[in-house]
Structures are given as C-alpha cells and as structure tokens.
Design a binder for this molecule. Structure first.
Ligand code: NAD
Length: 337
C-alpha cells in the first residue's frame, strides 16, 4: 500500500462522548503516589484546574502523607480538596491518572517492567471497571504503550477514553533540546517523537519546523550546517535522557508531571490540542492492534482522532518496526488474559 493510502486509514472503532452530567470535570484521581504520582499531583494542585483530587496508593499512609503535604500548598494556589481515598471515591472523577507500578532501576529498560506492571494493572483496572467509571483513564506507568493496551483490553472502555502519556514527555525533551540548540523558544519548535515511549521511538524529522520554517533552513539561519550529525545526536540524547536521569537520581518525575498536567489541561479545557499521546492503532500506516504514540487531537472526550503528519519512507518503516517490537511484547505477555 502507498504511504498516503496508509496514513489516510484513521478509524477509531469504539468512541463515546463523555457524559459530563455524571462526571465531575473538576475532579481528578491519581493512582500511585510514588515519585511520578506525587509530582503529578503537585503540578495538578498548582494548576488550579481541579477543585477535588483523590490520591490512591497500595501504601495508604503514603497517599495520606502526600495528600496532606500537597494540600498545604493550596493557600498559595487555589482552594482544593485533596485526600487519600479508595476506588469508591473516584467514580465521578473526570480523569484517572494511573502511575502505579515499579519504575526503572539503573540499567533497566522500560520493557523490563512489563510483567510486574501488567500484574499491578490486573489489580487496578478491574476495580475501575467494576464501578463503571465514566472518566478518562490517563496511563503513565511504564511500559506506557503496553499498559495503555492492557487498560483498553481489561476495561473494555471506549478507546477514546483510554490514553497513554506516550511520547508527550519525549516530545517535550526534543523541543527543549532543539530550542537550546537553536537559541529559540522551545514552544516555537514543532516536532514530534512518535512510536513507542522507549528504545524504538522515532524523531519525525521530516515534519519538524520552527514556526513554519523548515527545520534545516532554520538551523542554517542559526549557523548550524551539520544537519545529519546534529539530528542523530539530539534524537539519541532524547531517547537516552531517562537512562541518564535514572543513573544520576534514580527516577524521573518533574518532566512527566508537567506532561500529565498539560494533557489534563487539554482535556478539562476541551482544547483539542495536538499531542503525541499513546492510543490504539487501527490500520494507520499498516499498524493495528497495538497502542503507540501518534499526534492526536486531545479534548474533553479524550483522544478525538489522529493527525496524519507527513512522514518519509524511513520514518514509516521505523514506526512499523516500533509497532512490531510492541506487538511482540504483547504476544509474549498476553496482558488481557
Ligand atoms: N510515561 C512516562 O513518561 C513516565 C515517566 C517517568 C516514570 N514513568 C513510570 O511511572 C511509574 C511510577 O514511577 P515512580 O518513579 O513514581 O515509581 P515509585 O516506585 O516511586 O511509585 C510507584 C507507586 O505505585 C504504588 N503502587 C504499586 N502497586 C500499586 C497498586 N496495586 N495500587 C496502587 N498503588 C500501587 C507504590 O506503592 C508506589 O507508591 C513507573 O512505571 C515509571 O517507569 C513513566
């Protein structure tokens, strides 16, 4: 099939509008209050977006401690009820952020976490399903693409309501690196990391630009001419940045916390922002039955359709290889059984 034909395929099988009569737009839940969950909860408190936040952790004392500590910041932000709770407390949350799970230890890949964290999801997702929660599940724990797929299959929820943070963080890392390389505001850089949030991720250079100016042209304006070398180094640095941070401080959490806050903002404000979240693929670029990151429109109903950015042959091939690597993990681990 021609690449254009492949990218035109953009079918989302199960979609459902969220009933904001039964879901409280101002209520968020965070499951897992370790480094990532607590940093995300802190960022969400500071944002003033929500008036109620429930924290759940297998270690209830930890959730209580974080709830108290974070709530003491509210006089400097906005009034907000923050408490440690259980699954009955999250039924009407508009967004349920799931960060529960083991994190990478130095030298481990994200895929090394797969067995442990699928096991944890098999305890969490049925609790959410049982209560027929109607909000959006935002999966953050790793390997995020595999766990997004797991959450889709175990919950049976419409696919627009189950999204992964995907390569939103990697894309932020790419923008930050390009912004500092080119001495320009990273918000003016438009570039995506797509595919797996992990070792097979792809920098989609062929669609990258700085405020509409082709990336290579902008580089030359800024005195950089070794495009191939620079792109390779930046893409590798982005891919390896989690390993570097984990080697130095044993966890990464601030960047992902800001990513969680940004995704929640796009949902709560129905921004229809384009973000590389992880969601189910249905034939786009010949890829199906796997969740991975492609730019998608994000708003009050979660994932509202993918955006077919232009990719060259090499990028499409790498995207298909990334999907193949993820499918192999799914076949080996059968997370839905
Ligand atoms: N998607 C991303 O971009 C991204 C970035 C950084 C980290 N992560 C991932 O986020 C996850 C959490 O990382 P962390 O550094 O916060 O780890 P952590 O070990 O500090 O925290 C994990 C928390 O989950 C809790 N937990 C475990 N099982 C649970 C269960 N069944 N129910 C409720 N809570 C449970 C633990 O008690 C712990 O508090 C890891 O999988 C990590 O790889 C993802």
């Amino acid at each position: 099939m021609e690449s254009n034909e492949l990218k035109k395929k953009n079918i989302q099988t199960s979609r459902e509008e969220i009933d904001y009569g039964s879901v409280n737009l101002r209520k968020v839940a965070v499951i897992g209050c370790g480094f990532v969950g607590s940093a995300s909860a802190f960022a969400l408190m500071q944002s003033g977006m929500f008036s109620e936040m429930v924290l759940i952790d297998a270690d209830h004392d930890k959730a209580e401690g974080e709830a108290l500590d974070i709530s003491h910041g509210t006089p400097f932000a906005r009034p907000m009820k923050i408490y440690a709770g259980g699954y009955d407390d999250i039924v009407d949350a508009s967004i349920i952020v799931i960060t529960a799970g083991a994190n990478q230890k130095p030298g481990e890949t994200r895929l090394d976490l797969v067995k442990k964290n699928i096991g944890i999801f098999k305890t969490i997702i049925p609790e959410i399903k049982k209560r027929d929660c109607k909000g959006i599940l935002l999966i953050v724990a790793n390997p995020v693409d595999i766990l997004t797929y797991t959450a889709v299959k175990l919950s049976g929820f419409p696919e627009n309501r189950v999204i992964g943070s995907g390569t939103v963080l990697d894309t932020a890392r790419l923008k930050e690196a390009l912004g500092s390389h080119l001495q320009v505001d990273s918000r003016s850089v438009h570039a995506f990391i797509i595919g797996e949030h992990g070792d097979s991720e792809i920098a989609a250079w062929s669609s990258a630009n700085v405020s509409g100016i082709d990336l290579n042209d902008f580089c030359e304006m800024r005195g950089h001419y070794n495009h191939h070398e620079a792109m390779e180094k930046i893409a590798n640095d982005v891919k390896n940045s989690a390993y570097e941070i984990i080697a130095k401080k044993h966890a990464t959490y601030y960047g992902i916390a800001m990513s969680v806050k940004r995704i929640c903002e796009a949902i709560v404000r129905d921004e229809k922002s384009i973000m590389p979240i992880s969601s189910m693929m249905h034939g786009e670029y010949g890829i199906e039955d796997v969740a991975l990151s492609m730019p998608a429109i994000v708003g009050k109903n979660g994932a509202q359709g993918k955006v077919p950015i232009s990719l060259n042959y090499d990028e499409i091939t790498k995207l298909q290889e990334s999907a193949k690597a993820l499918k192999k993990v799914i076949e080996d681990n059968k997370p839905f059984e």
